[in-house]
Design a protein around this ligand. Structure first.
Ligand code: NAP
Length: 276
């Protein structure tokens, strides 16, 4: 694993032609900064985003074949985790005009790595990434936000570096890490955060007039978790093999905490809380 923090660089690489597959909230968020940097964006997606794209000055392709023929240097995949296999299997690769750098930005990493290595043509380079931020946390800029990446199959190093420069030049903390290590750590951190947020939402936790700072943070966790789609949350569980263990750890920890409280109440022989 290696890490480096880059400030805005003065040497700006040439603008890239970047195609995006899947134009949901996260891709729209990334596209804005890519366009600000002068890159040319083309989009295809399951839903019709032609009006939004026209307003943003982006070319939208209903047809995946025509999208591939539009000669992108980089194709960024930003579909939901759950739909990745189906989407990638449906790509008509024979329409590609050139060996292309495929980049995924999914919030799990071993799954897209496996799918891309299995399905992508051998001549295409593969970069698996996870920007560890989203439309909420990155709304005021990307400085010091972490960008994880794994150069799974890279032969065109300058092209890969130009793509990474999009993030390093915004001040992201660039972190090279294997997909496996990412998933192990993300299960302990991101998946746990989303799970707690979803539990708080099930409990219908709301702000009160006497909120402590700690409770305000809990409400924030709830609110930011439910802003992401349930598909995203499900994907974090279904396609990260380390998440199942975290779910078990959470259940065990809740039981242990309850047991400790029961023991203490027995010690004190408090009739009010001696039974749950
Ligand atoms: P998402 O709900 O995870 O994914 C929405 C995208 O998936 C849309 O482009 C949608 O297409 C597409 N999609 C869903 N089901 C599909 C299907 N059956 N067939 C084809 N396409 C399908 O929401 P998101 O927040 O935009 O996330 C996109 C990706 O970025 C995910 O893999 C997520 O893990 C990753 N990511 C998200 C964040 C974040 O903060 N949100 C941060 C880092 C990484 P249409 O819109 O055309 O229907």
């Amino acid at each position: 694993m290696s890490s480096s923090s880059s400030s805005s660089s003065s040497s700006q690489p040439k603008p890239l032609r970047i195609g995006i597959i899947g134009f949901g909230p996260f891709a729209q968020f990334l596209a804005k900064t890519m366009m600000k940097q002068g890159h040319f964006i083309r989009v295809t997606s399951r839903s019709d985003y032609s009006e939004l794209c026209t307003n943003l000055g982006i070319l939208f392709f209903r047809d995946m074949g025509a999208f591939l023929e539009s000669d992108n240097e980089v194709i960024m995949i930003s579909t939901s985790i759950l739909s990745l296999s189906r989407v990638v299997e449906s790509i008509p690769f024979h329409c590609l005009k050139r060996p292309t750098l495929f980049v995924d930005v999914l919030s799990v990493k071993e799954h897209p790595k496996d799918v891309l290595l299995r399905i992508m043509p051998e001549e295409c380079d593969l970069l698996c990434t996870h920007p560890m931020f989203g439309p909420e946390s990155g709304k005021d800029g990307w400085t010091d936000l972490t960008f994880m990446y794994d150069m799974v199959r890279i032969r065109d190093q300058p092209l890969c570096s130009s793509f990474l420069h999009i993030f390093s030049s915004e001040g992201c903390k660039m972190l090279e890490m294997t997909c496996q290590e990412h998933d192990r750590l993300a299960a302990q951190s991101q998946f746990l955060t989303h799970t707690i947020g979803r539990i708080l939402s099930e409990m219908e936790v709301e702000p009160t007039p006497i909120d402590t700072k700690g409770f305000q943070k809990l409400v924030q966790v709830k609110e930011s978790s439910v802003k992401d789609s349930f598909d995203l949350f499900s994907g974090l569980f279904i396609h990260n093999r380390f998440a199942r263990q975290q779910m078990k750890n959470l259940e065990v920890a809740l039981e242990k905490t309850k047991e400790k409280l029961q023991e203490r109440s027995k010690e004190l022989q408090d009739p009010v809380i001696s039974k749950f």
